[in-house]
Every structure is written in structure tokens, then in C-alpha cells.
Design a protein around this ligand. Structure first.
Ligand SMILES: NC(=O)c1ccc[n+]([C@@H]2O[C@H](COP(=O)([O-])OP(=O)(O)OC[C@H]3O[C@@H](n4cnc5c(N)ncnc54)[C@H](O)[C@@H]3O)[C@@H](O)[C@H]2O)c1
Length: 445
């Protein structure tokens, strides 16, 4: 068996999942040869980590302007993209033009302009693009897909979906690059791409129209002032700060090395106060979405909740499926290693997932479905199963979990339309929104 050669771009927290997979359990199937990032310090830390953790292995590092050289030097078959969202399109396009397939972290990208470029180059080069929707792979989410696919509640007519991000995980989006909509598309794109993808997959349809309202109502200086807070700080990495919302980069070796010690390169501060100025994303959003198959959905995302998880209820012609999950909260990059969690997070880490899937048929007793809980790995056990599918591809996929740029595209259209709807305070038709983007319109319209 010849091993596939991989390169990776974006050596932040998320890259470690792929690095550990390729130097660890999947090393027989693939080799990660090189990484690329704008921040040389971060790349060097990652290369050092690999040398220390995996002995003889080494990683070459390349600057963004050397991206094509990296592909040529290594003979890469596939590029893994874990850079910040607004840059995904650039590396997808450059990788495909250089002859590579692509594995891209969600979201595919953040707006229609960028999506159009991706779709056009994908057609031009015929290269394969996988968007890594790990949530599809969480066993309990796959169970729900199977129940719906088997018509347990008949034809689905409507959905009520509430997603809660807590004050650990949710708050983290307000200290980092995500807090600027220009980087992430806001939580409607960056985060809800997972949720809208799950819905598209669960109900086997695509969005038609979106009406959204959103507020920044909890985070940000103005909101804190309204609640009577008078003392403010710019950064969490300041020992004088006592605030559960403050993230101290010195408290965690990886965070210190990846971010604090790399700051001089690009000025990026990973620990900004969530009660500072300059946040341009919402923390509370409510949507009404209609789908091509006439399903109606109400959806709500809150980013400052005391618990993390979701409730999704499907109404159908034969009854109702109710699915509730309390998820373990984490700050990106720390989820797999309890020794690296600070005290505040340990409490959350020790929580077991609580999941309930209940079927309420018309005219019959309700019953609970025994739920397959995967406590290992991130995202309800989805990360581990996704990695096997990516690197070994030996798993049977009767549920159609592997997602391409097409599913990636549909999953961001809902969020992009939501942003547009919030801006206009009016419903947005997906077809009309993408009318000016010929490839998107032809393929997704
Ligand atoms: N599927 C999931 O559940 C999941 C979880 C976490 C993160 N992610 C995704 O992974 C990606 C990275 O997130 P993260 O948490 O690791 O962020 P991070 O800030 O830790 O890392 C991002 C990296 O991108 C680099 N970068 C920025 N601009 C660049 C450019 N122009 N060229 C090359 N590199 C550039 C930064 O220097 C940094 O090293 C995001 O797209 C995020 O949505 C997905």
C-alpha cells in the first residue's frame, strides 16, 4: 500500500487533531510532510512538538508565498486546511490548481464571492474537496439520521432547533479572530455551519429562504457597562485579573507557545477580553428557515448559556422525534487532555454527556431510543470517526456522512443568508442571493 502524502496549512489549535492522527493511529496510511502558516513561531512550535512527540519524524515549514513550492517539494496528494476561515478559499484554490485534493475544516468559506471562486476552480480542476463535518460522525447524530431515514416519524414537516454555547466555549469566540465578522462570517457561518449541515443532512433537503434577527446582547463593553460592570481589562493574560471569563495563556503550555510566544510575529492576541470593544459578531440569533422540501425550521443560537448542548425536535406525519444533548464544553485544543485543563474547565470536563432521543408516535406510547454515547474524542466522538473516514476510508457510509464542497456550500448558504437578512431586516431567498454567482447558481440554485 502506498502512503498518501499530506501538507497542512494553518498551524493553530485545530491542526493538532490532524497532526496527531497522521503521526499516530493513521501513520500507516498517510504521511504529513510539511506545514505552512503566516506565523513562523507557531510553525516552529508545531515542528518541535512533532519531533518531541514522534521521535524521528520531522516537519518542514513553509511561508504562504512558498505554498506551491511546498506541494512540489513534498509531492503532496492532499492539502489539509486549518487556517482561519476567511483564508480557506485561497488555499483550496491554490492547492487544487497545484494538482492536490483538499480536506478543509468547516466552514467551507464565509461568503458567496469566495464560494463562487471555490466552485469554479473545483470544476476547472476536477480535484476532490472534503469539508470535515465531524458532527455527522458523532454516533448519536448518525442514529438520528437513521431514525429519520427509516421514516420512524413519517415525513418530516417541521423542526425546532435550539443550540446553546456556554460561557466557556461560547465566550471563546469573543476573544479570538472570530469576533470580527470579516474573519469568520460571525457565528451564523463559523459555528452554525455545523448545525445547518446537520439539518440539511437529517431532513435530506436544502434551504430555500431565511429570515434572521440577531443581537450582540451579552459580550462587548457596552453590554457589560449596562449591567453595571465598571472595571475592565484588555487581556486575560494578566495575573491581576480575576474573572472567570479571562483566559490566561500562561496557564497552559501549548497556548503560551502557540499564541503568547508567537505574538510578536503578527500581533494576534488570543486572550482578548470578551467585554472589550471591537466585536462585530452577534451572540444571540433567531431564524425562521424554509427548505426546498417544504420543511419549516425555527432555529436559535445563544453563545452565553450556563450549559452547552442542544435540543432539536422534529415533527412528522406519524409523530415527533425529540433529541436533547448536554455536551462537554471545551476551549479549542484542550478537549482531549484533562491534564491541560485549568480548574474552571475541569469541572465542565468531568461532566458526562447527557443525551436523550425520544420518539412520540401519534396515538401510541412514547419511548426512548438507547443512545450510543462516545465519551472519547471531541464533538460527541465525531472527530475520531471522521479521521478514520478521511485517512483510511474503509468505513461503510450508508448514511452519506462524507461531505464535499456541495454540502459545504449548502451549509454556509443558510448562515450567509442569515447575515444578509439581519442586515436588511427582511427575508432572503437563497436562489436570489446567489443569482449573481453563475457557478453557485447553476450547482446550488
Ligand atoms: N470542526 C470543528 O469542530 C473545528 C474545531 C475547531 C476549529 N475548526 C476550524 O479550524 C480552523 C482553525 O481554527 P483554530 O481554532 O485552529 O484557529 P487558530 O487561531 O488556533 O489557528 C489558525 C491558524 O491560521 C493561521 N493563519 C492565519 N492567516 C493565515 C494565512 N493567510 N495563511 C496561512 N495561515 C494563516 C494562523 O497564524 C493560525 O496559526 C478554523 O477554520 C475553524 O473553523 C473546526
Amino acid at each position: 500500500m502506498s502512503k498518501k502524502v499530506y501538507c497542512l496549512v494553518g498551524t493553530g489549535s485545530r491542526s493538532f487533531m490532524y497532526i496527531d492522527a497522521l503521526f499516530g493511529p493513521y501513520s500507516a496510511w498517510g504521511t504529513l510532510k510539511a506545514v505552512c502558516d503566516t506565523n513562523r513561531k507557531r510553525m516552529e512550535y508545531v515542528a518541535k512538538y512533532v519531533a518531541k512527540s514522534y521521535g524521528s519524524h520531522s516537519l518542514d515549514v513553509y511561508a504562504p508565498e512558498e505554498f506551491e513550492k511546498m506541494i512540489a517539494d513534498t509531492g503532496a496528494h492532499t492539502v489539509i486546511i486549518t487556517s482561519i476561515d476567511r483564508t480557506h478559499h485561497e488555499y483550496i484554490i491554490r492547492a487544487m490548481r497545484a494538482g492536490c485534493d483538499v480536506i478543509c475544516e468547516k466552514p467551507l468559506t464565509i461568503d458567496c464571492e469566495r464560494a463562487e471562486q471555490i466552485f469554479a476552480v473545483s470544476e476547472e480542476t476536477n480535484k476532490h474537496l472534503t469539508v470535515t463535518f465531524n458532527y455527522r460522525y458523532a454516533p448519536r447524530n448518525s442514529q438520528v439520521k437513521k431514525l429519520l431515514q427509516d421514516k420512524t416519524i413519517g415525513e418530516i414537516t417541521s423542526v425546532h432547533f435550539e443550540w446553546l454555547l456556554d460561557t466557556i466555549h461560547g465566550a471563546d469566540y469573543f476573544r479570538r479572530w472570530h469576533r470580527d465578522k470579516k474573519n469568520s462570517g460571525g457565528l451564523m457561518v463559523h459555528k452554525a455551519t455545523h448545525h445547518f449541515d446537520l439539518i440539511n443532512w437529517w431532513i435530506d433537503s436544502v434551504p430555500k429562504q431565511v429570515f434572521a434577527q440577531g443581537n450582540l446582547i451579552f459580550y462587548g463593553r457596552e453590554n457589560a457597562e449596562k449591567r453595571g460592570i465598571t472595571s475592565f481589562y484588555a487581556r486575560g493574560t494578566d495575573s491581576s485579573v480575576v474573572d472567570p471569563f479571562a483566559l490566561n495563556l500562561n496557564a497552559d503550555e501549548r497556548y503560551r507557545e502557540l499564541y503568547l510566544n508567537a505574538e510578536k510575529e503578527d500581533g494576534y492576541q488570543r486572550d482578548q477580553s470578551v467585554f472589550g470593544d471591537g466585536i462585530s459578531i452577534e451572540d444571540d440569533m433567531a431564524l425562521v428557515i424554509s427548505y426546498v422540501n417544504n420543511v419549516l425550521m425555527s432555529y436559535h443560537l445563544t453563545a452565553y448559556s450556563p450549559w452547552e448542548g442542544f435540543r432539536v425536535n422534529f415533527n412528522g406525519t406519524k409523530g415527533r422525534l425529540e433529541y436533547e444533548a448536554v455536551e462537554k464544553a471545551y476551549t479549542s485544543g484542550k478537549e482531549n487532555d484533562p491534564n491541560r485543563l485549568d480548574v474552571r474547565q475541569k469541572k465542565e470536563f468531568e461532566l458526562k454527556e447527557e443525551v436523550r432521543i425520544r420518539i412520540r408516535p401519534h396515538w401510541a406510547e412514547s419511548y426512548d431510543i438507547p443512545v450510543e454515547i462516545a465519551n472519547e474524542g471531541g464533538h460527541g466522538g465525531g472527530d475520531d470517526r471522521l479521521l478514520r473516514d478521511l485517512f483510511v476510508s474503509d468505513t461503510e457510509d450508508s448514511l452519506g456522512r462524507a461531505a464535499s464542497h456541495i454540502e459545504g456550500g449548502y451549509s454556509i448558504l443558510t448562515g450567509i443568508a442569515a447575515n444578509e437578512s439581519m442586515r436588511k431586516n427582511a427575508p432572503v431567498s437563497i436562489k436570489e442571493m446567489i443569482r449573481d454567482y453563475p457557478t453557485l447558481h447553476r450547482i446550488l440554485g
